[in-house]
Design a protein around this ligand. Sequence first.
Ligand code: SF4
Length: 578
Amino acid sequence: MADRTQDRLIRVDMTRQSVSVESFPDKWKRLGGRGLSARILLEECDPTCDPLEAENIFVLAPGLLAGSSAPTSGRLSVGGKSPLTGGIKEANVGGDAGQDLMKLGYRAVIVTGKPADPDLRFGLVVSADEVTVVAADEHKGKWNYPLIEDLAQVYSGKASFVSIGPAGELLLAGASVACTDHSQERHPARHAGRGGLGAVMGSKGLKFFAIEAGGTPARKPVDKNFFQLSKKYTREFVAGPGQEPFPKWGTSVICEEANSIYTFPYKNRVEGRSPDVDTLDGMRIVESFETRGGGMHNCLTGCIVKCSNIVHDANGEYKTSGLEFETLTMLGSNCAIAHWEDVADLDRLCDDVGLDTIETGAAIGVYMDAGGMEFGDAEGAKRLVREIAEGTEIGRAIGNGAVTVGRLKNHHRVPSVKGQAIPAWDPRPLKAAGVTYCTSAMGADHTAGLVVDPGMAPEEFARTSQESQILNAVVDSSGFCQFLMPNIVEIGEFYSTFLGESITREEMADMGWQCLEDEWEFNRRAGFGPEDDKMAPCMAEDVIGDEVKFVWDVPDDVVASAYERFEVREELFEMRPS
Ligand code: SF4
């Protein structure tokens, strides 16, 4: 039986299909999740490598507090060099894999190499007793849902799974990494979506991870005050205003509000509002619970927010879950697809094929805008997603993302930064978010530092973007979900009691900044420069808005100033994730 009191890390060499388990280095003690992934990649991965070759590294790194009794703290960071952007990537995901890895004492899984035969498939089975690579050829080409049904027959009833669908096996740059959620059925509905990390996992020949934590208890803190802190935080959160209406009903119910501030993009972003907001709004999903069943749930063990919806069809049968605002926007209004039920079908298809719904929605939007298909053709869009799984020419183009489709169709309007499609939150009304898209090492990624303030003064764009990026780096390193909305001070209190060492709020902010520095440094070594920090030209050309007009007009020097650390001010410590 392994000694769980010692933190460990798993190294997997997929060239030899060998595994070693090592003590977790003391120098990384305060690192978890995104910060740990960034440090591993900076120290061990050649930034100039081909993302789909043996030299790239695929990382699973649970947040520092994952597996503990801190509420909503079990998020998992998936990392690697992105085949979509060519830069460093971290995609953060719920489900139980992060919790289970940490309960077993594994702070990270580092996968290197690739099998000589690309047709072979493998799984990595992680339990308290051993870590083994197993043959998985029988699962080749399986979609995520049937794959998990089959794996659930083999591995214990409490195992959690990390998997890829056909998109990852086809090495497509829009491929996601799926994690099973906390439901009885273990739906593969939580996705580390952005940046094509599913293709990196696929390039290693890995079809799945099975993590068998069984009834392993939660990790123990050094300082018992941690338990009181967790209870107090939970009590105050449940009693407080954070429960109404968001995140009570999840992100899907903010369509109306987003539409009102011109960040509900329509028809490949030529408009900022959709005429179909009423039939896309997630409140229609909430209303369906009464007659169809479904409802809200926690996607990972110990989540007190429970913002994840479970969506049923008209017959009361499960269709999908985790149908978020971003998906309703990018696969809905962005493609002029008018009804949430069609988006629910597309969400299920993307989860099953293993695709980022943001990139896929953006790619289909570009395809429609370029004349490949009529805007609003929901059945055509579903057909396209199926074609991604089949690997047809257009399917592969869509599966490789918006920039690839733009190139294929020689189309001028491709809303992206650093090769990654701009998410729903629009940089024209939300300019500080736009600064994040330009300066984040991740490219256009709202989870890197979203700021929802359309009336912000221009002198605040860079500074607020930077503060939001620091905060989100801290949150994504901790294991806390952004929807819990913890601030840096609160996270610092959890760190201090969990590790048994006093960590100041300034040190917490410095750790967030160091994470950004590590990511930027990786990209610099990969060859990125100021020329890569450009917003897509169409954002400066296509004006949106009615009485008030919005266009991207933030000067380059303002964008660049987000790289220079501003003096830390009180607002940083009070800030919560948007
Ligand atoms: S807040 Fe929502 S997304 Fe986050 S862990 Fe809980 S259910 Fe999952």
